[in-house]
Design a protein around this ligand. Structure first.
Ligand code: ADP
Ligand code: MG
Length: 291
């Protein structure tokens, strides 16, 4: 004999209307000196520093009444507002921390101006898989071709995606590490360059580096090796790096680790800074022919 099926008993749950009878059009009822649920809720939100949720509380409760939303829907909406605000705040914090000298985006980069750059490579880089796979990006080329622009844009894209990133000129990094070394705080300073997921090192090779400087670059590159990405720009091809670094052994050790897993963009086009000048020259040539 099969036992009779057990009917689930419906326990009467109190309806989620707690806020509804205490809040009219978002305003708490001033009926008693006891703090209302609404006031306590506001206090909780303030204590938890959920400012965005606190700001939207009245309006969201109002909306809940009008649209007959469930408690779950109201809570979800309120937390979604707080999550969005927190995400934005953290993003701004990461950007401040990263110290980009200017704000550049991949969208602002005119690929038509630089037809030598393989669009597929830029598209692949913009997926940020290189960050996930801890690969490096090396941007080489003469001044003005957009190396720093692309490096900063990749760094900012990674920052927007939630990665910690940091920008430094190569010479600033070397100077900071050297100064920290003299103060006995090099190990601590190194963390600035080792802990972010992406380290953008701009302008390596503009000035020749002495032995100590080359060693600092080697420290950073070798210790980030397969742990985090480096996006590096240089106006010197790898063939010239022996002249950049005082010690050719250190130079080849740095190149070896940088290139082990890297995307290299060799930009050979014209300087973007000079484009107006070039346009003017063309215009002058054109009018000369007309005249
Ligand atoms: P590099 O680092 O190679 O010397 P930059 O990245 O500093 O060159 O570029 C110089 C200026 O020209 C920057 O303001 C940059 O935003 C702009 N620029 C360079 N190339 C492009 C491009 N293809 N599209 C849009 N802006 C560019
Ligand atoms: Mg540059």
């Amino acid at each position: 004999m099969t036992p009779p099926a057990v009917q689930p008993t419906r326990t009467a749950r109190p309806r989620a209307r707690g806020s509804a009878h205490e809040v009219r059009n978002g305003a708490p009822t001033p009926s008693s000196s006891e703090p209302s649920s609404y006031q306590r809720l506001r206090e909780h939100l303030a204590y938890l520093q959920m400012t965005a949720a606190a700001e939207h509380l009245a309006a969201e409760l109002d909306r809940a009444l009008k649209e007959k939303l469930s408690a779950t829907q109201v809570l979800e909406q309120l937390l979604a507002i707080e999550v969005a605000a927190t995400r934005e705040r953290r993003q701004r914090g990461r950007l401040r921390f990263a110290r980009y000298p200017v704000h550049k985006t991949l969208a602002e980069f005119d690929l038509d101006f630089q037809p030598g750059i393989d669009r597929k490579v830029v598209a692949e880089l913009s997926t940020l898989r290189f960050v996930e796979e801890r690969r490096n990006v090396i941007l080489l080329g003469p001044p003005g071709v957009g190396k720093s622009h692309l490096a900063i844009a990749l760094g900012i894209a990674a920052t927007d995606a939630g990665y910690r990133t940091y920008f430094t000129a190569a010479s600033d990094m070397v100077a900071a590490l050297q100064a920290a070394h003299l103060e006995g705080t090099a190990a601590y300073k190194l963390r600035t360059y080792l802990s972010p997921s992406v380290l953008v090192i701009d302008e390596l090779g503009y000035l020749p580096l002495d032995q100590a400087s080359a060693n600092w670059i080697f420290q950073v590159v070798s210790r980030r090796y397969e742990k985090g990405s480096i996006v590096l720009t240089s106006n010197r091809g790898f063939g010239d790096w022996n002249q950049v670094f005082a010690d050719p052994v250190v130079a080849s050790a740095i190149i070896d680790r940088l290139l082990h897993s890297a995307t290299v963009l060799n930009i050979r086009g014209a300087s973007y800074r000079m484009r107006d000048y070039v346009d003017q020259q063309k215009l002058k040539g054109g009018s000369a022919m007309v005249g």
